[in-house]
Design a protein. Structure first.
Length: 97
C-alpha cells in the first residue's frame, strides 16, 4: 500500500462524513450514488467510520412504490443539527397554552 492509497482512503472517508453532515441521515446506496463509488466500497468505509465511532449505522428496510429496499442507514454520531429558523423556545410554548 503506497502513501497515496492512505491519503485517498482518508479523503474518501472525509467525503462521506461531509455528505452525511450536509444531508443528514442517508442509506448506504444513496451515499454511493452521491459520492460516485461502488456500494461495497461505501459499505467498507461506513463500517470503518462506525468502528471509529464517527457515525452510527442500523439496518433499514424501506418500501418505495411496493419495492423492498434494504440497506444501512447512516448518520453522524452525536451531531445535532441547528434548530430551524422561526421555532419558538419551549418555555414560550408552555406559557402560551
Amino acid at each position: 500500500m503506497s502513501p497515496f492509497d492512505s491519503f485517498s482512503e482518508y479523503s474518501t472517508l472525509q467525503e462521506i462524513l461531509k455528505y452525511l453532515k450536509d444531508r443528514g441521515e442517508k442509506l448506504d446506496s444513496e451515499i454511493a450514488l452521491a459520492v460516485g463509488m461502488p456500494l461495497d466500497a461505501v459499505r467498507r468505509h461506513v463500517s470503518e467510520l462506525s468502528a471509529r465511532g464517527e457515525i452510527m449505522t442500523c439496518q433499514s428496510t424501506r418500501f418505495i412504490e411496493g419495492k423492498k429496499i434494504e440497506g444501512l442507514l447512516c448518520r453522524i454520531a452525536g451531531y445535532v443539527p441547528p434548530a430551524a429558523p422561526g421555532r419558538k423556545p419551549k418555555a414560550q410554548k408552555a406559557l402560551a397554552s
